[in-house]
Ligand binder design. Structure first.
Ligand SMILES: [Zn+2]
Length: 218
């Protein structure tokens, strides 16, 4: 799941218009941004394993800090608390917290049973739609396109440059997603971690296209 997470951020903007799209994208992608860093540091572990699922050749061995449900609820609460601290809006805080937590439940749909419930413990969940590409690919693609269309309708940027920036972001995300589905497996887990960290670019990009004239949103 990649662009499906960003779809959540597009939709969340409608529920919390005062929160920047960049903050919402950071929330929706946070578990993978954290996981990428922890993989590179050798704190969490995964390996490239062609055939692990029909769609995604990754074998997640242990990722308790970024992807166990208990820790995810904690990360969601931290994001909500941070939002409350800066914006004093209960609605914005709840929406941002839910963005973070939504990541786990979208992953639950597509991962095979490798998502831990507790940081330590044996119970791991996953419905495994990555083994059913005819379901998961249209589901994720349509979710993303519908969410991007909703954002465009409600929050179309006021300047031509930002409108082009938003369209370029949507096209780039689609291109990367399709490339990852059709391309060869990554050469190693360090590449997976580095590419994962590069997703901060989309956070910065989303802040940029979402800026409004007048007081800055954050
Ligand atoms: Zn994830």
């Amino acid at each position: 799941m990649f662009i499906g997470h960003i779809a959540v951020a597009f939709v969340a903007k409608k529920a919390a218009p005062k929160t920047s799209l960049g903050t919402l994208v950071a929330g929706a992608l946070f578990l993978d941004l954290l996981c990428s860093l922890l993989l590179l540091l050798g704190i969490e572990h995964a390996q490239v394993l062609p055939g692990a699922t029909r769609l995604v050749p990754l074998d997640f061995l242990d990722y308790p800090y970024s992807h166990s449900l208990l820790m995810v609820l904690l990360w969601g609460a931290l994001f909500a608390g941070g939002s409350w601290f800066f914006k004093k809006s209960g609605r914005s805080a709840v929406v941002l917290g839910l963005c973070v937590v939504s990541h786990w439940f979208l992953d639950l749909l597509v991962h095979r049973p490798d998502l831990p419930v507790m940081p330590s413990g044996e119970l791991r969940l996953g419905i495994g739609l990555w083994n059913h590409p005819w379901i998961s690919v249209p589901l994720e693609g349509l979710l993303f396109l519908a969410a991007a269309a909703l954002y465009w309708r409600e929050f179309r940027p006021s300047t031509r440059g930002r409108r082009l920036g938003l369209l370029a972001l949507v096209m780039l995300l689609l291109g990367i997603w399709i490339g990852s589905l059709l391309g060869p497996p990554p050469p190693g887990i360090a590449t997976v971690g580095a590419v994962g960290l590069a997703q901060w670019l989309f956070v910065a990009w989303a802040y940029r296209v979402d800026q409004r004239p007048g007081p800055l949103t954050g």
